[in-house]
Design a protein around this ligand. Structure first.
Ligand code: ADP
Length: 265
């Protein structure tokens, strides 16, 4: 059986196709003006690249911020639930993972899981770019580097610059001021990572942190943020193999289980 998970995020759309052996295809796209259209294009391309037709997919589960915007899914799953399921599947089994920190393009979630891997509680920041991937995108633009370069740049830092504001607008002004003072980009980036980490750690404090802690979302690909967050929360962070795809994977998994159960009935 094949199922699909489609995660329509604020910044990117992701598709994961699952079959009986595990993940058979995965793709990510940066959303255009209409995220539902981006997700639809991505879904079709993923099917073409995997060499299968829509009718071969037993169920399509939609998740993410834009999950209700598209009409090609068979079921809808909250991003909190799909993120928890995907994180368990790609890291430690249920009963060993208790906290998932998901930092995406425009929201950050901290999810606490119970012994069975089910969601027990969560906190979310989706009101403000501070503490999200958008914050890093704005700063990367100001520094004229790519977001994918930030992690390695931070590792070259010798004396991180203190960024006093976590507000995106004020922090951008600080970055520009630091650049004009000649501060190395690596030190500015390290300071920015500390600022975002402090914001995310504050959110994590609202639900409480219990080991093992897993980080997901596109920002988990930035090793500089991961290390800065480990410092802030004084706990090691486990990373899934494909952090940005965790939500889509969780949705595909739930679709798989639901179809299997309904076929059994
Ligand atoms: P959403 O699901 O909310 O659309 P994602 O989970 O896809 O968002 O995360 C998008 C964020 O991930 C971007 O804002 C950016 O900061 C970060 N990001 C994306 N790709 C990379 C990369 N290759 N390296 C580091 N960070 C990345």
């Amino acid at each position: 059986m094949i199922t699909a998970g489609v995660d329509i995020g604020s910044t990117t759309s992701k598709v994961v196709l699952l079959n009986d052996d595990g993940i058979m295809a995965r793709e990510v796209i940066v959303n255009g003006a209409l995220p539902a259209d981006s997700a639809w294009d991505l879904f079709q391309n993923t099917l073409i690249n995997a060499g299968i037709q829509r009718k071969a997919v037993a169920a399509v589960a939609m998740t993410g911020y834009g999950r209700r915007l598209a009409n090609f899914g068979d079921m809808i799953i909250t991003e909190i639930k799909s993120c928890g399921l995907g994180a368990v599947a790609q890291t430690c089994p249920a009963g060993q993972i208790y906290t998932v920190i998901d930092v995406g393009g425009q929201d950050t979630k901290v999810i606490s899981l119970n012994d069975d891997g089910d969601v027990e509680d969560f906190a979310m920041n989706d009101k403000c770019a501070a503490g999200t991937g958008r914050f890093l995108e704005v700063m990367a633009d100001a520094l004229e580097v790519g977001v994918e370069e930030l992690g390695l740049l931070a590792q070259q830092s010798r004396r991180p610059v203190a960024i006093s504001s976590t507000c995106t607008v004020f922090a951008e002004s600080e970055v520009i001021a630091q650049m004009s003072r000649g501060a190395p980009k690596s030190d500015i980036v390290a300071g920015l990572h500390a600022a975002i980490a402090s914001r995310v750690a504050g959110l994590a404090g609202q639900v409480g942190l219990e080991e093992a802690v897993v980080m997901t979302g596109g920002v988990a690909q930035n090793i500089g943020v991961v290390r800065a967050l480990e410092t802030q929360i004084s706990l090691p962070i486990h990373l899934p193999a494909e952090p940005q795809l965790v939500g889509a994977l969780g949705a595909a998994l739930l679709a798989y289980v639901k179809r299997e159960t309904s076929n059994d009935a």
